[in-house]
Design a protein around this ligand. Structure first.
Ligand code: ADP
Ligand code: MG
Length: 452
């Protein structure tokens, strides 16, 4: 991307950015076609930028019954949950405990990490006086890229999000967990399922909303899953008695997208260059940094409105996506909260135009994110149901979707461009507790199919 750097007024630059980050409905329709082509390749076992990983489970039918445990590993806290399924489609959380993961737990050896997990389970069993004579089936939500080889088996492809425990990459994480359970003398817990967070999200939402057939994550990262007919999973070589299976798409890796200079600059700064390119245009981990790169570019071109050095915006490390939410949220005539925000960062004598520009930049970048994520959803819906004859609820988990002002509305308006009046058949809804209830339900499905 090249452009002239001189003599562009602030508003002209905003117009330029608006065009640069705009994706027309024509662009988005091309994207749908590209996604379909990648989905097809992924399902057939060809190399593809959407992996389409079989999850080994289908949707629940509500008959799941019993008391199950769920583990959630993948963020700042580790969680253990006990969930009771009543066999009539109801799931309730009986007990839940959070444990803080310290640096030594996640950056030591794999054995240290899994011993920590097993120790937490032991504490949980004692704290809630679980029945020591009963075997608890467990669903293990492990929010890292995994090559799943069975419902309760899968090797970690690579760590991310600050985890570096040695001896885990390439290994089956369920085996490692089982070894740790044995070391800690925990004999009444059986790992029944290894769960991807999108799959947990879909299953948990489907339990209460029966037309929910797509699960999406819009948080730190982005990903999705949906239920696919076995016949279409042509790479499937195993035996299966079911007629459909949930596919973990891993859509964050999709890369047939129009990248700007800012996207390329951001990508070069990351640890995983040329990887997860759609995720880097969409998710919470990156939108703030994209905004910062635009602001920095404006400062370099001396068309910046700031009266102080831009580094003030980054004194805590980076420009967070949360800041964008706060900026966009200000609906006041004088944009007084934006002013407050900028003052916190050491800016003085801020005029209205500057505040408006900052707000515009945040909106432009968030809008592109919402147009891409909703178009990816449109692609999945059109793949399953080209005429939109049925209703589809999309269960969405993640702070970007939940907390970014207007994000959901921007998704709906993009979907309307795709679907016209048939938009009435599509609902986007917040889905919570995929890693608790969702994982427990999946453990129940897995345990049941093992008995069959
Ligand atoms: P995770 O995806 O790690 O399971 P979350 O769904 O809570 O967890 O997503 C956390 C991410 O969401 C953060 O990395 C941040 O980028 C983004 N986020 C958190 N709060 C907000 C907010 N108020 N507005 C926009 N983005 C947010
Ligand atoms: Mg999450």
């Amino acid at each position: 991307m090249s452009y002239n750097t001189v003599d562009i007024a602030d508003t002209a630059f905003i117009n330029y950015l608006t065009k640069l980050f705009n994706l027309s409905i024509g662009d988005l329709r091309c994207m749908v076609k590209e996604i379909h082509s990648e989905m097809q390749k992924g399902l057939s076992g060809y190399s593809s930028s959407i992996k389409m990983i079989p999850s080994f489970v289908g949707l629940p039918d509500g008959s799941e019954e019993g008391s199950f445990l769920a583990l959630d590993l993948g963020g700042t806290n580790f969680r253990v949950v006990e969930v009771v399924l009543d066999g009539k489609g109801k799931a309730s959380t009986e007990a839940s405990s959070k444990y803080t993961l310290k640096k030594k737990d996640i950056q030591g050896t794999g054995a240290q990490l899994f011993d920590f997990i097993a120790e937490c389970i032991k504490e949980f069993i004692n704290e809630y006086s679980l029945d020591l004579h009963k075997t608890y089936e467990l669903g293990f939500t492990f929010s890292f890229p995994v090559e799943q080889t069975n419902v309760a088996a899968g090797a970690l492809i690579s760590w991310c999000k600050g985890f570096t425990s040695t001896g885990v990459e390439g290994e089956d994480v369920v085996v490692l967990l089982n070894e740790a359970l044995k070391r800690k003398d925990i004999n009444n817990v059986k790992v029944a399922a290894l769960v991807n967070d999108t799959v947990g999200t879909l299953v948990a939402k489907n339990y209460s909303v029966s037309d929910c057939d797509i699960g999406v994550i819009l948080g730190t990262g982005t990903n999705a899953c949906y239920c696919e007919k076995m016949l279409n999973i042509t790479k499937w070589r195993g035996i299966s008695h079911r007629d459909s299976m949930i596919i973990n798409m891993e859509w964050g890796i999709f890369d047939k997208l129009p990248f700007t200079y800012y996207d390329r600059t951001l990508d070069k700064q990351t640890e995983n260059v040329q990887d997860h390119l759609m995720e880097k245009m969409v998710s919470g981990m990156y939108l703030g940094e994209l905004t910062r790169l635009v602001l920095k570019d404006m400062a370099n071109r001396e068309i910046c409105f700031f009266d102080r050095d831009l580094s003030h915006f980054t004194r805590n490390g980076s420009f967070k996506t949360e800041y964008m939410s706060r900026i966009v949220e200000d609906e006041s005539d004088t944009l007084s909260d934006i002013e407050e925000f900028m003052k916190e960062f050491g800016f003085i004598s801020i005029n209205l135009e500057s505040k408006q520009i900052l707000k515009d930049i945040c909106s432009i970048i968030a809008k592109r994110s919402a147009r891409i994520s909703s178009t990816a959803i449109a692609a999945v819906i059109l793949w399953k149901d080209p005429e939109l004859k049925e209703t589809h609820t999309v269960g969405i988990d993640g702070s970007l979707f939940e907390k970014f002002p207007g994000y959901c509305d921007m998704m709906y308006s993009t979907l309307k461009e795709h679907f016209g009046s048939k938009i009435k058949n599509v609902k986007l809804e917040t889905a919570k507790d995929g890693s608790g209830k969702g994982a427990a339900i999946i453990a129940a499905i897995a345990a049941k199919s093992e008995q069959e």
